[in-house]
Design a protein around this ligand. Sequence first.
Ligand SMILES: [Zn+2]
Length: 87
Amino acid sequence: MIKEIRTEILCPKCKVPMDYLSETEKTSNNNGKSIKITRYYKCPVCGRRIIDEVLVIKDNNNDIIIESHTNGARKLIEKQKATNLIK
Ligand SMILES: [Zn+2]
């Protein structure tokens, strides 16, 4: 039996599957370099963005610091899964 596993996320407004994209932003100044990676869902219809995860890598010439932030997209997926179970 083949079971479909849904990992896609639907736009809260349009109810269409959102695209999963990532964006890399590099900055550097006198204190060092930093790279910011943003992973997000984007609705192909209305353009709404939901940030899934932000990763910041900072290199201040002595240390490398990695910061990770996760956001509401995961909660939204959990909520949609719960809704599917009820149906
Ligand atoms: Zn939308």
